[in-house]
Design a binder for this molecule. Sequence first.
Ligand code: PMP
Length: 285
Amino acid sequence: MALQVYISGKLFDKEDAKISVYDHGLLYGDGVFEGLRSYNGKVFRMAEHLDRLWKSARAICLEIPLGQAALAQAVNETLAANNIKDGYVRLIVTRGAGALGLDPNRTSHPQVIIIADHISLYPQEMYEHGLEIITASTIRNHPQALSPRIKSLNYLNNIMAKIEGLQAGCQEALMMNHKGEVAECTGDNIFIVQRGALLTPPLDAGILEGITRDAVLQLAAAAGISTAERTLIRHDVYTADEVFLTGSAAEVIPVVKIDSRKIGDGKPGPITRDLTARFHELTRQ
Ligand code: PMP
């Protein structure tokens, strides 16, 4: 049976899952989204993802045409319709179709799309041996231009940096903010380990408030590891004992080389390994 995609209340075969070319989501990237994971038939931190989706929508003055409970149910039903227990869910709300021109008031019917599928961002090998990344010259969006807190359909800022990474032979790229501080990677948050302490940039570095980031901070604190949200510069990353990235799709992945420099001893470190195991236990329990 074809993969079933939910669009605004109905399920369609993947080939027939289509929306208008006049949708401002396509025309202008005017919309918001979430990426969620399902483990063993249960969506991980569904409430947090819905909360972030609603905040993103609120930030762009977009009214989501159903409630959180109804959307949660639609996500679960789409997973069930596709018989997916361990998978990835892409939840999208577009501005809807309308007249040409930016004016969001000249659109109607925001479209709610749910794609339940599988995702593998990085090869398994990289989880075991670590990822090599570069720092991109493209800086993260200035928070006063387009806040990185908004998970919007306009991801070109991240894609520009991703292209830099790919052209350098790397699957991820680290982005600085307009002040030259470490922000985040193109689709993942970053953590470093410095003398046994776990550090990650604060939200005001201009980053997405990652749900995996929050989970890892909580896991580390519960494990007695000292944690802090701290402004980091490239020097801190280069001289860190360990570096890893977090994201719903990526989960926890070690970084062993940045800009051709070895991090620590060039192997995934003990705190990274420990937190990876704890994260697996939390998600697969
Ligand atoms: N930063 C960016 C820019 C992202 O797009 C994502 C999600 N792919 C993350 C961080 C990680 O967020 P989460 O843990 O909520 O998936």
